[in-house]
Design a protein around this ligand. Structure first.
Ligand SMILES: Nc1ncnc2c1ncn2[C@@H]1O[C@H](COP(=O)(O)OP(=O)(O)OP(=O)(O)O)[C@@H](O)[C@H]1O
Ligand SMILES: [Mg+2]
Length: 460
């Protein structure tokens, strides 16, 4: 801490500065208020210790000037003529403290300065923390979606983020379990701590055990050094156990104990290791069924399922598809009109069995195929066209309901558009005969009866 001592009695200023240096501060001194302001203007002063009674500008004037121009700088006032009124006045004007010049008063000043330095550090680290939390919160907005089901999941996430509770993220593949897990950590008070992810399905049992819990030297062939596990790496932070359904049964018992007691031993060791690690687990498997089949421990399931968050599949999130589409386009620096209206419609009516991941991949592929042009429906290769044909595509009825007539008309128009006006091809797209298509077109006013029936020369 860089301290400036101000006193118009040069000797005293020197003395106080010297004692403060002995106490471990960086201290310099000036004689009088005017010199003090000059020195402050040069910058780098963290604290001012000033005498009160000086010829103008006096200590009070210095105090007022410092508060006004350098609000971060601490001011301590000292005087030989103590008076409660003056002391009160100085404190009111923002002095850190008021010290009488008697006895070992420089020691008192040193203590006041040390307290001030501590407060300052705390304030600064709080500010840094607030700033990093703020930036993490902004990142958290990377979760796109406004559908009621998405909002509900996000609301749960926000509530549980503030706690240390174990969270189980459930949902189909590609629904955002990974993204939600990271967001949960970022929103929690552990955001400044480690974020560690382990995919429980990626390693065979023995390796997974040492990955999670670490091992001692010589625990197995190849264990040439002691190695802490991911539970320890995540101490003070969050451990994300992805694909928890793949965790081998024998390891599940050790995991349960580690979660419940926050204590475990490394492989080949017997020293209990205690950690403060928050667990988030994720799975797309039906753990209840696995419990019934005895491939997942019931007690572990209950322990993990304390706070489940189920991420809805994309098909249950009306309105989220266009938002996500725009989000992906933006991320690739493409404008919203990169998609033709037809392509947008096609995306909007597809059910995305692979959820958000499939949506991302579909658009990324299309961006490559389209190059500099706009994306057409033909460039959207949906992952499961076969399955769609097999099961038939079923539109979801929006909350506000829909008009079957209008939908039929729209589908006929789309079929005609896609078939470039070829009625036979359009009829095939709709699973109708050409004659039935004609009559439906007539019903919707898309054709006058008898018009061009034989003139078209198309094969059936
Ligand atoms: N709501 C969302 N907003 C923005 N991006 C999302 C959203 N949900 C998912 N994503 C993105 O979709 C992709 C797949 O999500 P993620 O990896 O989190 O899914 P998952 O549920 O973990 O899937 P899996 O079960 O296959 O591991 C990621 O690129 C992710 O960033
Ligand atoms: Mg995942």
């Amino acid at each position: 801490m860089n301290v400036l001592v101000v006193d118009d009695e040069q000797k005293n200023a020197e003395l106080v500065a010297a004692e403060l240096r002995d106490a471990g501060f960086t201290a310099s001194h000036v004689s009088g208020g005017a010199a003090a302001i000059q020195r402050l203007e040069a910058g780098g002063v963290d604290a001012v210790v000033t005498d009160l009674r000086m010829k103008p500008p006096d200590g009070m004037a210095v105090l007022v000037e410092v508060r006004r121009r350098w609000p971060e700088t601490t001011v301590v006032v000292m005087t030989a003529f103590a008076g409660l009124a003056t002391a009160r006045e100085a404190l009111k004007l923002g002095a850190q403290d008021y010290v009488e010049k008697e006895g070992d008063y420089v020691e008192v000043i040193a203590r006041v300065l040390r307290d001030a330095a501590e407060k300052r550090e705390l304030l600064q680290s709080n500010r840094a923390l607030a700033a990093s939390v703020e930036s993490l919160r902004r990142d958290a907005l990377a979760v796109i979606g406004d559908a009621p089901a998405t909002r509900a999941a996000l609301e749960l996430l926000r509530k549980v983020a503030a706690t240390d509770s174990t969270v189980l993220l459930r949902g189909e593949s590609g629904t955002g379990k990974d993204l939600f897990a990271r967001t949960l950590h970022a929103l929690s008070k552990r955001a400044g701590g480690a974020w560690v992810k382990v995919n429980c399905g990626a390693l065979p049992e023995a390796l997974l055990e040492s990955e999670l819990f670490g091992h001692e030297k010589g625990a197995f062939t190849g264990a040439v050094r002691q190695k802490p596990g991911r539970f320890e790496d995540a101490n003070g932070g969050t451990l994300f156990l992805d694909e928890i359904g793949e965790m081998p049964l024998p390891l599940q018992a050790k995991l349960l104990q580690a979660i419940e007691e926050k204590t475990f031993t490394r492989v080949g060791g017997n020293r209990p290791i205690t950690v403060d690690t928050r667990i988030i687990a994720a799975t797309n498997r039906r753990l209840e069924d696995m419990v019934k089949e005895r491939s997942f421990r019931e007690d572990l399931f209950f322990r993990l399922n304390v706070f489940p968050i189920v991420l809805p599949p994309l098909r249950d999130r009306p309105g989220d598809v266009p938002r996500l589409v725009d989000h992906v386009l933006r991320r690739h620096g493409a404008p919203p009109d990169k998609l033709t209206a037809d392509a947008r419609r096609a995306l909007d009516s597809y059910t995305f069995p692979g959820n958000v991941r499939e949506l991302e991949h579909t658009i990324e592929r299309a961006l490559i195929l389209a190059g500099a042009d706009a994306i057409t429906p033909a460039q959207l290769s949906f992952a499961q066209p076969e399955a769609r044909r097999e099961h038939g595509w079923v539109p979801r009825i929006p909350p506000e309901g829909l008009s079957l007539e209008a939908l039929e008309k729209e589908l006929i128009l789309q079929a005609l558009e896609r078939a470039s006006g070829n009625k036979s091809a359009a009829a095939r797209l709709l699973g109708l005969t050409r004659r039935t298509l004609y009559s439906r077109m007539e019903k919707h006013g898309l054709r006058t009866p008898g018009e061009g029936e034989d003139a078209e020369g198309e094969g059936e």
